[in-house]
Design a protein around this ligand. Sequence first.
Ligand SMILES: C[S@@+](CC[C@H](N)C(=O)[O-])C[C@H]1O[C@@H](n2cnc3c(N)ncnc32)[C@H](O)[C@@H]1O
Length: 245
Amino acid sequence: MIIEILTIFPDFFKSPLQAGVIKRAIDAGIIDFRTIDLRDFTHDRHRTTDDRPFGGGEGMVMIPGPIFDAVDTIRAAGPAPCIIMLSPGGRLLDQELARSLSEKERLVFICGRYEGVDHRVVQGCADMELSIGDYVLSGGETAALVAVEVITRFIPGVLGCDTSAENDSFSTGLLEHPQYTRPREFRGMSVPEVLLNGNHAEIERWRRRQSLKITAERRPDLLKRAALTEDDRNYLKKLGLWSES
Ligand SMILES: C[S@@+](CC[C@H](N)C(=O)[O-])C[C@H]1O[C@@H](n2cnc3c(N)ncnc32)[C@H](O)[C@@H]1O
């Protein structure tokens, strides 16, 4: 997958790409990651990318020209991109959306700064607006990093084990069960006995039930949309965590 980030702070991406899963995927050639400096598409001495808002108000707004010019250059070379404007008002990123974006050949993220971006970028440039949560960041760069990390987990070969992303919290419609590793005893806390007995059917059942309980307690909204079996529902009823309404 080709990932291009349009930003006025290309250096922002240097260190996060030097570690972990993303670094391995870049080194292996699974992800071709590029940053594009929007200032390279300015035409004045000061390399201006922002201006005061029409109608007055606080702060500055990013001008459309450099963004349109950068997108034109991107479109002219290589496969058709999916252009994503990062914006707190966009569609909320979740596992389902991440999985579908992971199937694209080329993603372009536009990072806003200041008070945001001239609306004509959304009208004439972007295929979609994307938000990473109901809060406001100072810039789209952090949002782009989050989106890249979430989306690329679904690309075959990026994770050590390709089924990992499918078993993560949310992918199954539920939050994940607790995980344990060595030592068996730690500061008076023990690993649940069921995980040590080698009975895989029992372990799966315990994990499923832990997922159900944790999701019902913390995120009942998710439970309403999850695919549950009769056995799941009976277990939740027994705990007093299921209502038919
Ligand atoms: C300070 S924010 C602008 C916020 C804007 N004035 C508003 O109230 O919606 C600057 C930039 O950060 C990015 N940004 C901020 N919060 C975000 C979020 N939750 N998801 C995605 N991008 C975000 C966007 O690119 C945005 O243009």
